[in-house]
Design a protein around this ligand. Sequence first.
Ligand code: AMP
Ligand code: MG
Length: 495
Amino acid sequence: MTENTAKAEAGWSFDNSYARLPEIFYTLQKPVPVREPKLVVLNESLAESLGLNAQALQGSEGAAVFAGNEIPEGALPLAQAYAGHQFGYFTMLGDGRAVLIGEQITPQGQRVDIQLKGSGRTPYSRGGDGRAVLGPMLREYIISEAMHALGIPTTRSLAVVTTGQPVMRESEQIGAILTRIAASHLRVGTFQYAAQRGEGDELRSLADYALERHYPDADADTAAGGNRYLALLRQVIRRQAELIAKWQLVGFVHGVMNTDNMTISGETIDYGPCAFMDAYDPATVFSSIDTQGRYAYGNQPYIGAWNLARFAEALLPLLHEDEEQAIKLAEGAIAGFTEQFHSHWLAGMRAKLGLFNPEPEDEALIKELLKLMHKHRADYTNTFRALTHRQWEETALSGDEEFESWLQRWQERLSRQEETQEAAEQLMRSSNPAVIPRNHRVEEALEAAEKEGDYSVMQRLLSALANPYAHTEEQAEYCKLPEPSLRPYRTFCGT
Ligand code: AMP
Ligand code: MG
């Protein structure tokens, strides 16, 4: 077999629409080749759904492509420029350690970005080495795939390779590259960049591009009154409200909701210091660098609104030629976020409690449960799981009189609805995950991989996480809490 037919067999089908944007948005940049690429994880089902031949990508051929040592035909690698508010401060950024190799057109005609993360320095690297470390890349792989299985829009993880080159952090680490799949890598920060750097029509080109790629039906948004850029703003707000509500419902703490880490597509992106909350507490924060708790669990909806206001600001020149009018339109759209978020959250919480129809007292019922969970530091996931399985005596709340009276009110509320108890239980099962990527389980999987080169622990974890709503016997093992530890769990940002 010649090399060319082998490449064709991998199933790559690239287009490079991003490279047709004005020049300020990117720099053509090839990944920097690595010494000894080795494929350690390949997401075979994702590969197949993208029209790729998983078998052809196993082994050295996949390793060479996913390491950036070989550029598949049709790919046009580039580093994207963007800006962002990081912890509230505006900075010019860009892909400092990633390249978009191209957009794969799937057999269903979808366009997805194929990005290598950890692929070497770019013009946007600032002081960084352009590289990534194995642990955090495996962590992104596990958590992004778990999010997908939970039904939460997210970038996906196709593969991880080790590079054979050590990476210097606080100590020497194993170098690795993650292949990330995204509906696109357009960020709120990309628009901030265009608004800041653009001199002509760049902002409009970007907005048109985003509309075409993510919101082709934006014209149908009649509330935007034929203003397609207002429609873009409204649609991004709509998707982010839905996304952040989903995070809250499963107890996901993103950890670094900078505007460069908020997508226009509505997918979760950038799994640096994220983690799932265990004990219910709105102040939960895991990131070692978030000393102020800016991105704490309970703040995520407010930060979402703040970030979207930055998006609206960037769009102002397109919203209306008169600035005051533009601001009015932007404010009207942003005001919708809180209401939309709240209605998704409330609907999701009802489902978690097995409630089909709305009643005015539901929110008070939900909030009281959360208050009790907070008081007892009850595990968020396991409390809802126990309610689902009617095993409330197993929760940390059991024995509390207020909880007993809450239970009674909840049972009465359930019996007032037309649906049967079985139907309510079914709804609860499909709304309350049995398993989430618990921090100690993730750490255990990473440690086996890093220290022993043993990926079987990670593979077992991935299969437990693949059907979080199945509530099987095998999953019970993954529901257990860690032994109490003296130190609070901390994550370290994107290293
Ligand atoms: P993040 O915190 O992962 O969202 O990254 C913020 C910015 O820092 C992005 O522009 C990254 O590309 C850049 N960055 C992070 N780590 C590195 C690195 N090791 N080398 C170069 N740039 C980096
Ligand atoms: Mg980022």
